[in-house]
Design a protein around this ligand. Structure first.
Ligand code: IPE
Ligand code: IPE
Ligand code: MG
Length: 239
């Protein structure tokens, strides 16, 4: 385990490359998703171990419904079985949270999500955020709609709307902005992930690794790269 001198507060990971990982091995894509799920569990535990406060992982995007039905179904089934294992997180002091539009999922899945969130509510270690049926634009539009409702109801006046009030309508209410985005697999884009929250994030694209092969040491390497960057937030560097 590396020395984490300057651990970012919030890391986002776009868990990409499952399909290519499977293809390289002559396996069906769903086997790539299965391998990716086990990598996810390992990395979440490791993030907690090194003392990370927030980890958001991109599990399923609002655009991923475009994929063939059997692939989508296999991802939802993986999610369902993973949700059954989530009771252990409270014991590990990991707090779980889901972001995205969960209204489309079956009742049992929604109930399990709620249960995982409630059971781990008081954990003080890592906050593990799973983005499921998540899209950054959909999130912003959803926030705007709720805000408009509150304005119409007379709870808020338009002149009160500022960045911090707007943020409180996002799924990520209460979660600090993203410091570091990591994307393996050789794609250099955000794919609609946390577009509001990434305004000043650092990006580390790791083209040599597909998500199922991502290791704790890969996370260490991304954090080391983050530590070599100079974040200025529009101001001037200290040194
Ligand atoms: C990421 O892996 C998992 C999801 C998007 C659900 P992909 O399935 O996108 O893998 P590639 O990009 O096809 O290799
Ligand atoms: C982003 O990956 C979504 C997830 C990792 C869940 P995609 O594989 O769907 O992104 P694109 O299509 O390559 O942009
Ligand atoms: Mg992909």
């Amino acid at each position: 385990m590396m020395q984490q001198a300057n651990l970012p507060t919030h890391i986002g990971i776009i868990m990409d490359g499952n399909g290519r990982w499977a293809k390289k091995r002559g396996l069906p894509r769903k086997m790539g998703h299965r391998a990716g799920a086990s990598t996810f569990k390992e990395i979440a535990r490791y993030a907690n171990k090194i003392g990370l406060k927030y980890l958001t992982t991109y599990v399923f995007s609002t655009e991923n419904w475009k994929r063939p039905k059997d692939e989508v179904d296999s991802i939802i089934e993986l999610l369902r079985s993973y949700l059954n294992e989530m009771d252990g997180y409270a014991k590990e002091n990991i707090r779980v949270r889901f972001i995205g539009d969960r209204s489309v999922f079956d009742d049992d899945i929604r109930a399990k999500m709620q249960r995982a969130e409630e059971k781990s509510r008081n954990a003080t270690g890592l906050t593990l955020i799973l983005a499921i049926n998540y899209g950054g634009r959909a999130e912003i539009v959803h926030a705007a709609r709720m805000l408009a409702d509150d304005v119409q109801a007379g709870k808020i006046f338009p002149h009160q709307v500022n960045e911090s009030l707007f943020s409180s309508y996002l799924y990520t209410d209460g979660i600090p902005d993203v410091d570091l985005i990591i994307r393996p697999s050789g794609e250099y884009r955000l794919s609609n992930f946390l577009i509001w929250q990434c305004a000043y994030a650092e990006y580390v694209f790791m083209s040599g690794v597909l998500w199922p092969d991502f290791k704790p040491a890969t996370l260490d390497a991304a954090i080391a790269e983050y530590n070599s960057r100079s974040r200025r937030f529009g101001g001037l560097a200290n040194e």
